[in-house]
Design a protein around this ligand. Structure first.
Ligand SMILES: Nc1ncnc2c1ncn2[C@@H]1O[C@H](COP(=O)(O)OP(=O)(O)OP(=O)(O)O)[C@@H](O)[C@H]1O
Ligand SMILES: [Mg+2]
Length: 393
């Protein structure tokens, strides 16, 4: 194992201790600001939160796992970077040695691998995972989340990601990423029974963020040509190629959508604090339950969450749906619309914004396999009068 320690001048460790063979690895200590760049190819990098962030922004971060150090209140920034461990300063030599040994043991026993998704780090060839972003309501923010989640998973968490546009009638991924697709999912159909790895790789579009994209056709009538079997073959082949597959969807609950659900390890079901959206979401949850979908793979995401009183509170919505929200994405009109109009994901252009942090939080939860809190059974009845009437509960 190769380990690089990048000392930004504040680390203050006894370097000799790392050369004494106490850790079973090849360790290099860098003292210059380009250390992160030079550490490319390392399995494990120890760097300050600031250096790691700079490297990430300039696209110079390697694929190795990160142990970050910084001020105690840098912990959240470290987690946002996908660090496997965080050392608050002042860093003790013994603490760093211990963190390195722990990381080596976990990695050799495979226990640092995420349960649902690939572990953060190098591009792998083992079959990977898929997540579908779905909502039975149109215009709820599916494409906004799918695009930014895919980019965050790749850029901030080092995953090998493909974003599939399964909104076959009215796609949006291409515009949000400023891509002009030469070939689309429709062109893939001629080879659907021979989707070998090389063909797929040559077919996918590359985005500057590092993700691959499988765009949808711009002609709504083409949607008829794609069957649920095709959807299964395509997602299956992408997963087999080691891609963490993020699927943007339409609001139609049809066979193609069910095929995408079947192939997905997680379904992010988006809703908002509007009664119509909540009613659709509840109906959708009921249908999914009746079709036998495992509840644990459905995660509720609240979009346009706001502290303003809209007549429906977050808690009311959770009680109505019988589940806690896995994430609340804030309303952020200027940031979202500007990013979409420029074809640049906001997780790249405004990584420090609240909305980017909430998308990164979703990525982190998916990768760590953390589960949402179930709502106390006692609280499941709809509590607010308007909804009570509307839902006939
Ligand atoms: N959190 C948010 N804050 C502000 N604006 C948002 C937010 N989420 C989405 N929007 C805006 O809402 C509109 C719809 O978003 P988006 O296109 O992602 O929805 P969708 O569910 O994919 O729609 P469709 O069903 O048509 O595919 C867009 O104009 C987007 O910029
Ligand atoms: Mg959309």
């Amino acid at each position: 194992m190769r380990i690089s320690i990048i000392d930004d001048g504040t680390l203050g460790i006894e370097e000799q201790a790392f050369r004494s063979g106490q850790v079973d690895a090849e360790i290099t200590v860098y003292h210059n600001p380009d250390g992160v760049k030079q550490s490319a190819g390392s399995d494990l990098v120890v760097a300050s939160v600031s250096d790691a962030e700079k490297a990430l922004k300039s696209g110079e971060s390697g694929q190795g796992r990160l142990i970050a150090y910084g001020r105690p209140d840098d912990l959240e920034r470290a987690l946002m970077l996908g660090a496997v461990d965080f050392l608050p300063q002042p860093v003790d030599t013994a603490d760093l040695l211990y963190a390195l040994k722990k990381s080596i043991i976990l990695s050799s026993s495979g226990r640092d691998a995420a349960p649902n998704f690939q572990s953060s780090g190098s591009e792998q060839v083992a079959e990977s995972s898929a997540v579908t972003v779905y909502s039975p309501s149109g215009g709820i923010g599916k494409t906004m989340l799918a695009v930014n989640l895919a980019v965050a998973l790749a850029k901030q968490f080092g995953q090998k990601v493909v974003l599939v546009d399964l909104n076959l009638q009215f796609p949006g991924v291409d515009l949000m990423l400023n891509l002009s697709p030469a070939r689309t999912v429709i062109d893939l159909l001629s080879q659907i029974d021979h989707l070998d790895s090389e063909f797929l790789e040559s077919f996918l579009m590359r985005h500057s963020s590092g993700i691959r994209v499988l765009p949808s056709s711009q002609r709504p009538e083409d949607s008829e040509r794609v069957s649920d079997k095709d959807v299964r073959s395509i997602i299956g082949a992408l997963k087999k190629n080691g891609y963490l597959t993020v699927i943007d969807s339409s609001s139609n609950l049809n066979d193609n959508m069910l095929a995408a659900f079947d192939c997905s390890n997680n379904i992010l079901l988006m809703t908002s604090l509007e009664l119509l959206a909540l009613r659709n979401t509840r109906t959708c949850l009921e249908i999914m339950a009746s079709l036998g979908y495992d509840k644990s793979k459905i995660e509720l995401v609240l979009n346009r969450a706001t502290s303003k009183d809209l007549g429906v509170q977050v808690e009311d919505a959770e009680n109505l749906l019988g589940e806690r929200f896995m994430a609340r994405i804030p309303s952020s009109g200027e940031c979202v619309v500007k990013a979409a109009n420029h074809g640049q994901p906001f997780v790249i252009t405004q990584p420090e914004s609240e909305i980017s942090k909430s998308v990164a939080g979703i990525a982190r939860i998916l990768l760590s396999g953390e589960d949402k809190q179930p709502v106390n059974e006692r609280k499941r009845a709809p509590l607010f009068g308007k909804a009570w009437r509307l839902f006939g509960a």
